[in-house]
Write a protein that binds this ligand. Structure first.
Ligand code: NAD
Length: 458
């Protein structure tokens, strides 16, 4: 077996060596999951719900240690690691509360001795290949509803969040989920590829567009149910009637929270020319107030980037924007190592000829562009291949909703941003993906509806 080395992105130091899976071990685990799934599905829903409640109890009990593990391997500031784990609890509560109503067998017709029923069956064995930026959220958006609905799960956490992935497995097993019903697979891309080669009934992926396309190609010919939650280039428009300071403070947080490494980070901002200068000044002031440093410190707001390779993407976007005449107000460079450090960066006078406004940045950097009004803002917001989220800041609800309704995105925000709710469907338009997690749709998606035609002949 080969080893997977885990490094702390804050200082580059090794923190663990894990035994990694290979093609043979993945195949054996997939076979065991296939054998174990029917008995799991045959358990009562109440038993499966009780397992998830015990899993939740385990998260609460171990929360501090889990937060430290996540911070050490991803660089997420510790206060944000705690917030993610606390936010997870509400998601589990939602899934446990709603799985019964969503999956109850429905009689949809009952007349003259003829009954029609819909039964909700599990898909079977599902694969989950996950990202590192919110490993508890994106993992459990799949794992919890998939297990509740009677599926077995083969879970490949990101190689940048493997310790967290193994903690998820430990707590699920301690909560009573059989080892073969929930199985972590340790490793990088090749282990994910080995999972795709197995007989699976669904593949649920969170990660980059490039990997998503590769995965779609790998499973496409086998007609495996596929969900892809991919990247974004999420825009926000600040109207002339918005409070420039309040909008700037809210959007600086939306752009830089988790060091800008959120799928729904604010990635580009369009500001009405009437309040542009006041907005930019307030934005810069807010960003200069963000504390950059050791992610284990309570007051740190900006930590290291999780992946060193992203530093090159940010350098290239800044250099390209500067060459094309953008104004760099703060940041725009790496910070001294060791570790993957980038200064929070604010750029205005940006335009769509720049990669900064077109390609996902996934770091503590923002491009701001001046616009003349709603028409130009809508055109620019839609000038993208992505469509995850979009926002408008305005005092006028009607105006904001009129603008938002014309934007191609799966989640729309008025006077808020970078927000996810378990009650609402999470999905992307265009290159941001296919399929849905969260909400009742994100439970139903792990089931297959079966139609019953029942004729009573007495
Ligand atoms: P990534 O695509 O590099 O990796 C994602 C996962 O795919 C990892 O587990 C990786 O090991 C695996 N993988 C890599 N190559 C593979 C292959 N050939 N076959 C099978 N598996 C393979 O993405 P990442 O860097 O982990 O995550 C960042 C990206 O995820 C960003 O683009 C971000 O926007 C996106 N994201 C989207 C959402 C969403 O809800 N839409 C949520 C979180 C992150």
């Amino acid at each position: 077996m080969s080893q997977l080395a885990i490094y702390n992105p804050a200082n580059g130091e090794p923190i663990a060596e894990l035994a990694a899976d290979d093609e043979r071990s993945v195949a054996a685990k997939a076979e065991a999951a296939r054998a174990a799934q029917p008995a799991w599905a045959a358990r009562s829903l109440e038993e499966r719900k009780a397992c998830m409640v015990r899993f939740r109890d385990g998260v609460v009990r171990d929360l501090e240690a889990l937060a430290v593990t996540m911070t050490r391997e991803t660089g997420k500031p510790i206060s944000m690691s705690r917030s993610e784990l606390n936010g997870l609890l509400g998601r589990i509560d939602f899934f446990v509360g709603m799985v019964g109503p969503v999956t109850a067998t429905e009689t949809v017709f009952d007349e003259g001795g003829m009954k029609e029923r819909i039964e909700h069956m599990p898909l079977g064995v599902v694969g989950n290949i996950s990202a590192w930026n919110y490993p508890w959220f994106v993992g459990c958006n799949v794992i919890v509803p998939a297990l509740l609905t009677g599926n077995a799960v083969l879970y490949k956490p990101s190689e940048y969040a493997s310790l967290t992935g193994l903690e998820i497995a430990r707590l699920l097993h301690q909560a009573g989920v059989p080892r073969d019903v929930f199985t972590p697979l340790v490793g990088a891309g090749p282990v994910g590829a080995a999972l795709l080669a197995q007989k699976i009934d669904g593949l649920f992926f969170t990660g980059s567009h490039a990997t998503g396309v590769r995965i779609a190609q790998a499973v496409g010919s086998r007609l495996v149910k596929l969900q892809l939650e991919l990247g974004g280039k999420d825009p926000t428009y600040v109207c002339d009637d918005a409070d420039p300071k309040a909008a700037a403070q809210s959007l600086a947080d939306g752009a830089m929270y988790n060091t800008g490494q959120s799928c729904c980070s604010v990635e580009r901002i369009y500001v009405h020319e009437k309040i542009h200068d006041a907005f930019v000044a307030a934005f810069i002031e807010t960003v200069k107030g963000f504390k950059v440093g050791d992610p284990m410190r309570e007051d740190t707001y900006i930590g290291p980037l999780t992946r060193a390779a992203q530093l090159d993407v940010l350098d290239a976007q800044v250099a390209d924007a500067k060459v094309q005449g953008a104004t760099l107000h703060t940041g725009g460079h790496r910070l001294p190592g060791p570790g993957n450090w980038y200064a929070p960066t604010v750029i205005s006078e940006a335009h769509h000829g720049m990669a900064l406004m077109k390609e996902e940045s996934f770091g503590p950097i923002i491009g701001i562009q001046k616009v003349t009004g709603d028409e130009e803002a809508v055109r620019l917001m839609n000038d993208t291949r992505y469509g995850l989220t979009a926002g408008v800041y305005s005092r006028n609800a009607e105006r904001a909703q009129a603008v938002l309704s014309r934007v191609n995105a799966g989640s729309l925000y008025w006077n808020c941003c970078d927000r996810v709710s378990p009650r609402l469907p999470w999905s992307g338009f265009g290159d941001s993906g296919i399929g849905v997690t969260l909400s009742t749709y994100g439970i139903e998606t792990f089931t297959r509806p079966r139609a019953w035609h029942l004729k009573f002949t007495g």
